[in-house]
Design a protein around this ligand. Sequence first.
Ligand code: FAD
Length: 416
Amino acid sequence: MAVDTPATIAIIGAGPIGLEAALYSRFLGYDVLVFEQGLVAESVQRWGHVEMFTPFSMNCSPLGVAAIQAQGSTELPSEDQLLTGCQWRTRYLIPLSQTDLLADSIHQRTNVVKVGRQSVLKHEMLGAAERATSRFRILVDGVNGEAVHQADIVIDCSGVLGVANWLGSGGGPAVGERALIDHIDHLPPDVLGKDKSRFEGMKTLLVGAGYSAATTAVELSRLVMANSETQFVWAVRAVETHTPITRHTNDRLASRDQLAQTANALASQADGPCRMRGETSIESIRRDDQGAFWIRFYGQDAEESFDNLVANVGFCGDNTITDQLQVHRCYASDGPMNLAATLSQQTTADCLDQKSTGADSLKNPEPNLYLLGSKSYARNPSFLFAVGLEQIRDLFTLIGDRETLDLYATVGTARS
Ligand SMILES: Cc1cc2nc3c(=O)[nH]c(=O)nc-3n(C[C@H](O)[C@H](O)[C@H](O)COP(=O)(O)OP(=O)(O)OC[C@H]3O[C@@H](n4cnc5c(N)ncnc54)[C@H](O)[C@@H]3O)c2cc1C
């Protein structure tokens, strides 16, 4: 349903997509409240040492570039540059958050606890547009304690990194895992940088078979080659362990393909830097007084000890923020149903080939509530920033009921 200005849009998360959605809203004249639990682009900072696969041209928007350039002081990266997460944050995302259009809208260190309706409960007025007559009520917990805000539209851009997948057999927690959650690395640790002392000369268990696991495996291997006391075991669910990382045919992201090839070459070496362990699932984890992890793998009686446990097994996001609202979720991905259904019809496995899913795929039963960015993909790991920009463009054709609205094209054309 169309919502014209003046109206307030609340955005959960000042990550890359939250910032871009806020900018688009401000360009159109909406009042904007952005709530960020940490600092701007906090999640990107968490994997900041990792080099991105996509060049800077795919990690910025025409609006973002125009807004930063209008401030006059920041030199932007070149279009083909491959930045690390930290560089993306400091050279684009933070300058973007400091532009005149956004600076006053962003509330850092403000966690969104719950979003509901002021006077309508979850089970009332099923999927009805009339729910929107009651404004959204947003409970936040920030530096000054708890507070309530109201908004006409809510865009949840809180990402997925808040909740990691479990290590246990069948996707549930291994025995003991819940109590140890804060001691397990869920993102690739900075093995050759700030975390080196934790890994050098130590024995690490790495679990996972995606690009994050590949990143960790390559860095741990370098450490093993430099220091023969260092050991690591790489555990995957597949029976075959020679090619744990799936390569994309004719991959257009050269650094992604290089990473996959390097990781697979390590895995296939008989006397290489890592010991591979196929068909693995974990039954129990405990930690002794010295901090060592004791892992019991499924089907084994004895435990094996490790100094570090790196679980690069993906994330699923926190759905409790909007659980008082009518969000229809996919039973497989946990993402919003319309979008998940549309994505399941796309035949390509390569995130570069994804087509815009269209404005209708962003609708929920709850009027004026939208999930964008990596949050909208939930357990589906193929989200790219460039996809999020398409979502933003599509969303504002809905919000303003202007089918042909495309500020990215307008601003891009004006700049060229
Ligand atoms: C190792 C790694 C490498 C990647 N490389 C690439 C790449 O090369 N190219 C690419 O396009 N993508 C890449 N990605 C995906 C990348 O994460 C996304 O493109 C981008 O960060 C998604 O932005 P987002 O805003 O949706 O989510 P996030 O970046 O996760 O931002 C979400 C924000 O919401 C905040 N938040 C969460 N919960 C709350 C709450 N309750 N209240 C308030 N704030 C909250 C978080 O603190 C965070 O700042 C990579 C991801 C990883 C992990």
